[in-house]
Design a binder for this molecule. Structure first.
Ligand SMILES: NC(=O)c1ccc[n+]([C@@H]2O[C@H](COP(=O)([O-])OP(=O)(O)OC[C@H]3O[C@@H](n4cnc5c(N)ncnc54)[C@H](OP(=O)(O)O)[C@@H]3O)[C@@H](O)[C@H]2O)c1
Length: 397
């Protein structure tokens, strides 16, 4: 077990945190750098990416019960130390990390849990379990890689856990889903979101051939290139887009017409309300939580709902199955815990199955400035088909 830090690593370092509570300026606190235990790695974080969850935390205090709350759930950086894996009784060990799949000096990336002090990624040193670490494939930069894991893990978790679709790994030669699934419509509302873009790509890879994508018209060519069979533009207005989807479905056999729906946005009025008009009895509707009842703004606190059964009660057709997606629990699936980040995510990227989203690099003179600038872009709903990426450590390892 590595009980001490490498000599070049400082014993403490700055970390971005919510200090007082929601809708207050973020601050910097001094955090201890934690030596890695067995099956953990100490990583020097050079890049992170921001997700709407950061805004839900910062402005809504979502699911936070103690302050200061350390922020950030994705990293790219360099391995500085790996804890000894000699302990066969370590419950956190996996077949991969008994023999660690990464070594000192490797460039790595991954999704972690914000709020967990050693794992939160808006700090230059983190200590994380190896099952949260992917090795950088040779065809990607760290900036591209850091934009991927949170939402690719979400896409895989949603498709398998929430919709119950088979996605065997490794993909057997010639594998196809059963015919009924291969041709069944899967509606991805918010397909140009980070989650949506990856969902469209993995569904195509595993042979689900009837993906219907709802996004701004300017993303339609991209989405068709990634695997969507048909696209619809939500910016034409609720009545128009719902009407066009229903007319399309008139030509589709089966009951329900769309057995699988993913709401990649979770906006009560922007996405769920139109979906109440489309989802028929028997459909599974997976919704990215939280449901946003009121979006955050400079002068307005957001309002969220984590219980999907309380949203638009009485508007859904009987027999529609509503599922609130909670990706932070993906590791309850032992196979995914062992394989998703150590193996599947980097393989999908290296094979070109999944392309990272376009990036927007967020600038700022300091760690804190960059964190605040990214939050402000999220608050203003500026990202469109792109991922916010920014520098954490000022220097390379
Ligand atoms: N619970 C979970 O496990 C989980 C996991 C991941 C994400 N989430 C949540 O899911 C939401 C989206 O996350 P993200 O990272 O994918 O967001 P994102 O990439 O920042 O989403 C931006 C996109 O949302 C699209 N959009 C906004 N309103 C829309 C509407 N009414 N209909 C269709 N598309 C719309 C825009 O599409 P256009 O460019 O086409 O206009 C834009 O490209 C967030 O609230 C996040 O917290 C939850």
């Amino acid at each position: 077990m590595a009980s001490s830090l490498p000599p070049s690593v400082p014993p403490t370092h700055p970390a971005v945190a919510m200090i007082e509570g929601p809708r207050k300026p973020l601050g910097i606190i001094d955090q201890p750098t934690v030596p890695p235990k067995p099956s953990e790695a100490l990583i020097h974080v050079t890049w992170t990416s921001s997700t709407p969850l950061d805004l839900h935390r910062a402005d809504g205090g979502l699911l936070i019960n103690k302050y200061p709350f350390l922020m950030g759930g994705s990293f790219a950086g360099t391995v500085l130390a790996v804890g000894s894996n000699s302990d066969p009784n370590d419950s956190n060990s996996t077949p991969q990390n008994k023999q660690a799949h990464v070594q000192v000096g490797d460039v790595v990336f991954g999704m972690t849990m914000d709020g967990v002090e050693a794992e939160s990624t808006f700090q230059p040193y983190i200590t994380v379990p190896l099952w949260r670490v992917s090795k950088l494939p040779p065809n990607l930069t760290p900036q591209e890689a850091v934009s991927v894991p949170t939402n690719l893990v979400t896409a895989m978790h949603t498709a398998t856990h929430d919709l119950g679709l088979a996605m065997p790994w490794p993909v057997p030669d010639g594998w196809q889903p059963p015919a009924a699934f291969r041709t069944a419509p899967i509606l991805v509302w918010g397909a140009a979101s980070s989650v949506g873009l990856y969902l469209v790509q993995v569904l195509k890879h595993w042979g689900y051939a009837h993906v219907l994508a709802v996004a701004s018209g300017r993303h339609h060519a991209t989405l068709k290139g990634l695997g969507a069979k048909e696209c619809f533009d939500y910016r034409e207005g609720e009545d128009v887009v719902v009407g066009k989807i229903k007319r399309y479905l008139d030509g589709v056999a089966g009951t329900p017409k769309v057995p699988f729906i993913v709401d990649c946005i979770g906006s009560r009025d922007g996405t769920l309300r139109p979906l109440t008009q489309i989802a028929e009895s028997g459909a599974k509707v997976a919704v990215m939580l939280p449901v946003i009842n009121v979006h955050a703004a400079e002068d307005r606190a957001p309002e969220y709902e984590m219980d999907i059964s309380k949203v638009l009660v009485g508007h859904w057709k009987e027999g529609v199955e509503l599922i609130g997606t909670r990706t932070h629990f993906y590791a309850e699936n032992k196979f995914f815990k062992d394989h998703l980040q150590p193996e599947i995510v980097p393989a999908l990227l290296e094979q070109g199955v999944v392309k990272p989203n376009p990036l927007k690099i967020v600038e700022g003179k300091t760690l804190l400035e960059r964190a605040e600038a990214a939050l402000s872009l999220l608050r203003n709903q500026a990202p469109s088909g792109e991922k916010l990426v920014w520098r954490v450590a000022e220097e390379e390892a």
